[in-house]
Design a protein around this ligand. Structure first.
Ligand SMILES: C[S@@+](CC[C@H](N)C(=O)[O-])C[C@H]1O[C@@H](n2cnc3c(N)ncnc32)[C@H](O)[C@@H]1O
Length: 265
């Protein structure tokens, strides 16, 4: 049974090994209603096996000077359900985040960090200060998105390692065509299939997967489906509630309520 308790953190622990592929490893989800750095600082050195994350960058949005757009609504209004709080992503803060990621990651393990095109140029190089950057993966969203000049159809994922670790296969390419969600329940919700690519390449059953910007929990769903454990955080209470809702469904062998809803719409 999934157990949800609310104290200093909001935590769901969902042991249901029989519902999870990958054998005897007990699945567990620990998602906290807290800041990314607070989460990471609470974790032990070398305690995490894989980091996959999609940070809430502020750079692109400040640069674009979003106003009252049709897509995001009133930008940066805390009462706007179509947007969320952003991580202050100046280089100092971003390096603090990456340093904590490095501290908690075990040796010989992988990290995937998603970037929009603005943040890739302004912050992406900092990944080299903490990790061995192996390549930049292009996520081809298949469908057109917004954009005032060339319409955006891709985002990037910087793939890096701490120490040496091979991918599970040698035939994987660095362009991933995964259709974006058209009417997602949560702003910037990513397809679980995107995280599945990362976990297929870099996870083993029983691994502890960490996402300090969990959002609606797509990475957590992928972790459970790979027989992994998950620890993550989000400053949005709604995001944490959605993650718990999805993980509870998965551990009970039910369909993912958010992607199910998407497929029906
Ligand atoms: C790009 S979204 C992640 C979307 C997620 N990958 C999904 O598929 O739903 C970034 C998330 O970071 C959260 N966030 C913003 N600032 C944060 C912070 N300082 N610490 C933790 N989470 C934060 C936002 O609330 C938002 O849910």
């Amino acid at each position: 049974m999934a157990r949800v308790s609310e104290s200093a953190t909001l935590t769901a622990v969902a042991p249901a090994p029989e519902a999870v592929p990958g054998g005897p490893h007990p699945a567990s989800v620990d998602v906290r209603h807290t800041d990314c750095l607070a989460l990471l600082r609470s974790l032990g050195d070398k305690s995490v096996d894989l980091i996959v994350t999609d940070p809430a960058y502020s750079g692109m949005n400040n640069h674009m000077r979003f106003g009252h757009g049709r897509i995001v609504g009133r930008y940066a209004d805390p009462a706007n359900p179509r947007w969320f709080e952003e991580f202050r992503d100046d280089p100092e803060m971003f390096l603090a985040l990456l340093s904590e990621c490095r501290r908690v990651l075990r040796d010989d393990r992988h990290i995937y960090v998603m970037f929009d095109s603005f943040s890739l140029l302004s912050l992406g190089a900092l990944m080299r200060e903490c990790f061995d950057v192996k390549c930049v993966i292009v996520w081809d969203k298949v469908h057109l998105g917004m954009g005032h000049y060339f319409r955006r159809r891709h985002e990037t994922i910087v793939f890096a390692s701490k120490g040496r670790r091979k991918l599970s296969r040698r035939d994987l390419t660095d362009v991933w065509a995964v259709p974006r969600l058209r009417r997602a329940a949560y702003p910037t919700q990513k397809p679980v299939a995107l995280f599945d690519r990362m976990l297929d390449a870099s996870a083993e059953p029983g691994f502890l997967v960490c996402d300090p910007f969990a959002g609606s929990g797509s990475s957590a769903v992928s972790a459970l489906r790979h027989g992994c454990r998950f620890v993550g955080a989000d400053v949005s209470e709604r995001a944490v509630a959605l993650t718990i809702q999805r993980c509870t469904a998965i551990t009970h062998g039910e369909p993912d309520p958010l992607e199910e809803r998407h497929e029906r719409s």
